[in-house]
Ligand binder design. Structure first.
Ligand SMILES: [Zn+2]
Ligand SMILES: [Zn+2]
Length: 120
C-alpha cells in the first residue's frame, strides 16, 4: 500500500480571494464560491456580477456593464464585454429592425445601432 498522495492544498491557502461590494445592497462578498465551486478563475468577478444582476436587477460596484437598450420595445440586455453587447445590438437591429442604444462609460455616453437600410 503506497500512500504517496500528497495532501491537498490547505483550504485557507488562498488569501487573495477577490471581494466585491454593492452599495445598493450595502453588502460585500468574497468570491470564494465562484473560485472554488464554479472554477471560473479570472472570470469570477464577471460571473458574480451577472448572477447579481440576474437575481437583484442591478450590477455590483466597480462593474461597468455594456448596456444595450432598444429604443422601440422593452427589450434590452447587459453584458460585461463589448463584443456580446455589440452583437446583441446588431442582431436586434437586423431582425427586429429597431434602433438600439449601446451605453458604456468607455464610449463617453452612448452610440446608436440603427437597423440596416437593406439586408440582402
Ligand atoms: Zn446589489
Ligand atoms: Zn426592439
Amino acid at each position: 500500500m503506497i500512500d504517496e498522495e500528497p495532501p491537498a492544498e490547505p483550504p485557507h491557502e488562498v488569501d487573495d480571494v477577490p471581494t466585491i461590494s454593492c452599495s445598493v445592497c450595502d453588502r460585500e462578498w468574497q468570491l470564494t464560491y465562484e473560485l472554488d465551486e464554479l472554477r471560473v478563475g479570472n472570470r469570477a468577478v464577471e460571473q458574480f456580477a451577472l448572477d447579481h444582476k440576474r437575481h437583484t436587477g442591478h450590477f455590483p460596484d466597480e462593474v461597468m456593464p455594456w448596456v444595450v437598450t432598444c429604443t422601440e420595445c422593452p427589450d434590452g440586455e447587459a453584458y460585461l464585454e463589448e463584443r456580446p453587447a455589440d452583437r446583441w445590438a446588431h442582431a436586434h437591429a437586423r431582425h427586429a429592425r429597431h434602433a438600439v442604444i449601446v451605453e458604456h462609460e468607455s464610449i463617453d455616453g452612448e452610440r446608436t445601432i440603427k437597423p440596416p437600410e437593406s439586408d440582402d
